[in-house]
Design a binder for this molecule. Structure first.
Ligand code: GLN
Length: 171
C-alpha cells in the first residue's frame, strides 16, 4: 500500500517510520503532484494554523479535499484532527473540513501540561493504546454520522466518519 504523509510541518517523520514498520510504502506529500497514486493520507500532528496556511500556500488544500471527497481515506492526528474538522471553536483558520464535528484546540492546557495515557480504544481490542497528548485538542461536538471511538475522562479524543479517522493524541 502506498500511503501519503503530509510533510509540510510537524510529526510526519514519526508517521512515516510507523507506516514503514507496518510494511506500507510512504510518500512525503509537499506538492499536489505528490498526491498521485497514494491510497491513503496521514495528516500529522504539528501546528494546525501553520499547516493550514502552508496547505493554502502550496496549493494542497483543494486537491486533498477533493481526493478525500472522492474516497481517499484520511487519518488526522492532533493538529491533523483539527484539519479534518468542519468547525474549530473560536477560529477561522483554514481546514479540510471533512468531518462533521466541532473541535476545541489546546483543550488540555499548555505545552507543559502534555501527558501520556493508557487509553482504552474498544474497536482496537482490550489492550489500551499508549496515547501521547501534546497540547491536544478534543472533539467538543460530533454529528450523527460520526462514531466516537475513545474518550479521555469526559472528553472525546478519537472518532471516525466513514473513511476519515481522527485522533486528538499522537498514537
Ligand atoms: N495545539 C496544536 C494546534 O492547535 C496541536 C498540537 C499537536 O498537534 N501536537 O494545532
Amino acid at each position: 500500500m502506498q500511503v501519503g504523509v503530509l510533510a509540510l510541518q510537524g510529526a510526519f517523520r514519526e508517521h512515516q517510520l510507523a507506516l514503514e514498520k507496518c510494511g506500507a510504502g510512504v510518500r512525503q506529500v509537499r506538492k499536489p503532484e505528490d498526491l498521485k497514486g497514494i491510497e491513503a493520507l496521514v495528516v500529522p500532528g504539528g501546528e494546525s494554523t501553520t499547516m493550514g496556511k502552508l496547505m493554502c500556500d502550496f496549493g494542497l488544500l483543494e486537491p486533498v479535499r477533493n481526493l478525500a471527497l472522492e474516497g481517499l481515506p484520511v487519518l488526522g492526528t492532533c493538529a491533523g484532527l483539527i484539519m479534518l474538522a468542519k468547525h474549530i471553536r473560536g477560529s477561522q483558520q483554514a481546514s479540510l473540513g471533512l468531518m462533521d464535528m466541532e473541535v476545541e484546540r489546546n483543550a488540555f492546557g499548555r505545552q507543559v501540561d502534555s501527558f501520556e495515557a493508557l487509553l482504552p480504544i474498544p474497536v482496537l481490542g482490550t489492550v489500551p493504546l499508549r496515547a501521547v497528548f501534546i497540547r491536544a485538542p478534543y472533539i467538543a461536538r460530533a454529528g450523527g454520522g460520526v462514531d466516537i471511538l475513545a474518550a479521555y475522562g469526559d472528553k472525546t479524543v478519537c472518532a471516525r466518519q466513514g473513511r476519515f479517522l481522527a485522533a486528538a493524541f499522537h498514537p
